[in-house]
Write a protein that binds this ligand. Structure first.
Ligand code: NAD
Length: 288
């Protein structure tokens, strides 16, 4: 099946980036949001990103017009009735995703793929809400979606080979390098990343080294673009804690458990860049 029309549900941080990537790759892209305010904010995020591309010389005026012309926005899910694939990027809560997939199953054509951008929920639980579990798959993009090259495609025990192949082809068309993971907590990247980040927090918490030395150590010694504590501030400490909890629940392995300092910082509202304070302090433009 050739994918020409893509639906994206949820135009938050991830959904707006995914929609932009799809439209930039030549696909007709229909974005659905829960309400008008969120829709306006999502549309604004895409427009701002395209404008940055124009100002940076990566996109011409014509490019911006063409890409914008491929995008449409609505609060009515029924606009997704002609989509070949719908990528869900709504809030990370299973009941909401299950409800949405049940509705989408009724709206999209029989051949359509339904995919989730979930970072931590079992995709098979979402697939069960549909009559097409063989056509349900995970497409896990990374933040910011227009920039990050990786796409983790996640197959459940019910996903068909054809669905996997079609999702892989789509990922490549979007300019991503596709890796295939199993439907287990953390997929590939978070499964490896979270114990590393947690070790850095424990090292810092124990007073073993300063935040700067931990980060410099991994940047200059291992070639990482950001140190682990800087990366946690970028991800958001609350998001990191959420992923830790999901992994610990899945495997009951201590390395995945959120370190006490991380939990206390989240309780204190020290969430990283977005709140202006995490392991480091941020102000103004630095927060974004
Ligand atoms: P977000 O809070 O920025 O955006 C979620 C959006 O979904 C909001 O705009 C909200 O209005 C909308 N929404 C909620 N319920 C809806 C519904 N029923 N119908 C339509 N729209 C609805 O969240 P985000 O960071 O973009 O995360 C979205 C998903 O992507 C989550 O599953 C998350 O785990 C996953 N994810 C996030 C990241 C990240 O770095 N933030 C990375 C990879 C994957």
């Amino acid at each position: 099946m050739e994918i020409n029309t893509v639906g994206v549900v949820g135009a938050g941080l991830m959904g707006s980036g995914i929609a932009e990537v799809c439209a930039r790759s030549g696909l007709r892209t229909r974005v659905a949001e829960a309400n008008d305010d969120a829709l306006t904010a999502g549309r604004h995020r895409v427009e701002q990103s395209l404008e940055r591309g124009r100002q940076g010389g990566k996109l011409s005026d014509d490019d911006v017009d063409t890409i914008s012309g491929r995008l449409s926005f609505s609060t009515d899910l029924n606009v997704l009735g002609d989509c070949d694939i719908v990528i869900e990027a709504i809030v990370e809560r299973l009941p909401e995703k299950v409800e949405l997939f049940g509705k989408l199953d009724q709206i999209v054509p029989e051949h359509a793929i339904l995919s989730s951008n979930t970072s931590s929920l079992p995709i098979i639980e979402i697939a069960r809400a549909t009559h097409r579990p063989d056509r349900v798959i995970g497409t896990h993009f990374f933040n910011p979606a227009p920039v990050m090259q990786l796409l983790e495609v996640v197959r459940t025990i019910a996903t068909s080979d054809q669905t996997l192949e079609e999702a892989r082809v789509l990922g490549e068309r979007l300019g991503k390098r596709v890796i295939v993971a199993q439907d287990r907590g953390g997929f590939i990247v978070n499964l490896l990343l979270i114990p590393f980040l947690n070790s850095a927090v424990r090292l810092y918490e124990s007073g073993f080294a300063t935040r700067e030395d931990i980060d410099e150590g991994m940047k200059l010694g291992c070639g990482h673009p950001m140190g682990p504590l800087q990366l946690l501030d970028y991800i958001g400490l609350d998001t990191a804690e959420f992923v830790c909890d999901a992994l610990y629940q899945e495997y009951a392995i201590r390395d995945y458990a959120a370190p006490p300092l991380l939990k206390r910082m989240v309780s204190a509202g020290y969430l990283g860049r977005k709140s202006g304070r995490g392991f480091y302090e941020y102000e103004g433009a630095q927060k974004r």
